[in-house]
Design a protein around this ligand. Structure first.
Ligand code: ADP
Length: 245
């Protein structure tokens, strides 16, 4: 797949003398899905904050394609095509599923291009595609406020997809979900990957296994282990600091 690679190397973030990230390296290829796991305080959120420009690293390289993320603000990074879904969904309860997705749509720039696009119905087609991809077609006309916890999370992933980001960052998507919802989320993210690159931060190891992707284990701000879920689960260092707790 054509596209840009996410590249972090030697990234450190120091808060008041405390190293939240310590010489972190991470490479995510175009279209790849990567799961990032690690105990509380390992640096997962700080890593996401560096990628989205919320936190500036004290040292190191962070690039997406040719763009230097350490020199850009959050809006410029979002415009590059990097979208983030936080743990708590931020959907509009009073609006229907369809309307929430429609609102999230990124219209083409310029009045003529935008008008042509509205008249052609392309926006509507895209909403319908995303409802199919997220499994929300049956709920199109329901207000978001009556959706289940899982459906709200899928709606928000859908809203992110409406922006057509090249890289999606997803923070603990299955926290609080039922087993069936967790399975649906794994299938949804697997469908998205390939077309987009995806970085998923997650605690639930069964879910990470279902994703079937490469796993990076963080500990004290650095990469402790990386590879398949079987590789990292059997790595004695991981067992000691994370799984063996
Ligand atoms: P995780 O997401 O893996 O739980 P975080 O990235 O949130 O880890 O945090 C890594 C470490 O950095 C934690 O010990 C946390 O207390 C610390 N930390 C995070 N943000 C700040 C901040 N703004 N100021 C001081 N310390 C912080």
């Amino acid at each position: 797949m054509k596209g840009r690679r996410l590249y972090l190397d030697g990234v450190s973030v120091v808060f008041d003398g405390f190293r939240a990230l310590n010489n972190l390296a991470l490479v995510v290829e175009p279209g790849e899905m990567r799961a990032v796991i690690g105990p509380n305080g390992a640096g997962k959120t700080t890593m996401m904050d560096v990628i989205t420009g919320k936190t500036r690293p004290t040292a190191g390289i962070a690039t997406f394609g040719d763009s230097d993320l350490t020199r850009m603000d959050e809006a410029a990074i979002a415009n590059l095509g990097i979208g983030r879904k936080f743990q708590k969904p931020t959907v509009f309860d009073a609006l229907t599923v369809f309307e929430n997705l429609e609102l999230a749509l990124k219209a083409p720039r310029g009045p003529i291009a935008c008008l042509r696009w509205i008249l052609s119905g392309e926006g509507r087609t895209r909403v319908e595609e995303v409802m199919t991809e997220t499994g929300l077609t049956d709920r199109a006309q329901d207000p978001a406020g009556i959706l289940s916890h899982g459906q709200r999370q899928w709606l928000e992933i859908g809203m992110l997809m409406m922006q057509d980001p090249e890289l999606l960052l997803v923070d603990e998507p299955v926290a609080g979900m039922t087993d069936a919802e967790t399975e649906h989320t794994a299938a949804l993210l697997a469908r998205i990957a390939g077309k987009h690159s995806v970085v998923v931060v997650e605690h639930d190891l069964e879910f990470v296994r279902a994703l079937g992707c490469r796993v990076t284990v963080l500990h004290e701000g650095s990469v402790l282990s990386e590879g398949s879920i079987d590789h990292v689960q059997n790595d004695p260092r991981v067992v000691e600091v994370y799984l063996g707790r």
